[in-house]
Design a protein around this ligand. Structure first.
Ligand SMILES: C[S@@+](CC[C@H](N)C(=O)[O-])C[C@H]1O[C@@H](n2cnc3c(N)ncnc32)[C@H](O)[C@@H]1O
Length: 216
């Protein structure tokens, strides 16, 4: 088996391709659509105009946005062109629905090719912990989400990402966030984080949150 590394990826190589085994799998997609998506809906994620960062090969968040969160127009981005091509194919059925528009673009979550305050909802399913400067991605989320719009996150914390067993099979930037650090940074970026809109599971290894963009 050859070591795996994505384009432009400077993190250490691994000898198991976790993307193939888990991230791109049908099971992962089912967890996202059947457990994580409904939980974000329960926490208050909703919006007609939605942006998703780190959509992955199956376009998971874009599908959740349309099928569960009321989105009619979705811009889903990913850093990797191969994932974007694949997500476009996976989301073909959604894009063909009347009244639904889905664009999938190659873009960096820290520099979205979108105007200020254009989105009702920004979604991230396990994307932030892959972004080297994840605080810059939160600042970018605050720029594109309109006042009173929402940021909906599902994330693994450093308790998972920095665990030696995961580092042995998957590539991530160094020094990821705890649940508290993530939620504090969401608030610092300009979102209102309320306890009733967050959920932590598995000993704070998994965090879900829906935060509201401050401002009138
Ligand atoms: C763990 S995968 C999650 C995929 C999918 N959202 C899911 O939950 O199954 C992280 C995704 O984020 C993308 N990604 C990493 N850094 C990014 C960045 N700076 N901007 C946009 N996407 C990024 C990766 O290419 C990958 O598709």
């Amino acid at each position: 088996m050859t070591p795996s590394a994505g384009p432009g990826d400077r993190s250490p190589r691994t000898f198991v391709d976790a993307n193939r085994v888990w991230v791109d799998s049908r099971l992962r997609h089912a967890v996202g659509t059947r457990a994580e998506g409904p939980e974000l809906a329960r926490l208050g994620a909703r919006g007609e105009v939605c942006v998703e960062i780190g959509t992955g090969r199956r376009g998971l968040g874009a599908r959740v946005a349309v099928e569960q969160l009321g989105a009619r127009r979705v811009t889903a981005v990913d850093l990797h062109p191969a994932s974007v091509d694949s997500a476009r194919r996976s989301l073909g059925d959604l894009a063909a629905r009347p009244g639904v528009e889905v664009d999938v673009l190659v873009a960096d979550a820290t520099a979205l090719p979108l105007p200020d305050a254009c989105a009702d909802l920004l979604l991230s399913f396990h994307a932030l912990h892959h972004v080297e400067d994840w605080r810059a991605a939160l600042a970018e989320a605050a720029r594109v989400v309109r006042p009173q719009g929402r940021l909906a996150l599902t994330e693994m914390t450093s308790r998972v990402v920095d665990a030696p067993w995961l580092r042995a099979v998957s590539r991530h930037p160094e020094h990821r966030f705890s649940g508290d650090e993530l939620l504090a940074a969401v608030a610092e970026a300009g979102f209102d984080v309320r306890p009733g809109r967050t959920r932590r599971r598995a000993g704070d290894r998994l965090v879900q949150a829906v935060a509201v963009r401050t401002g009138a």
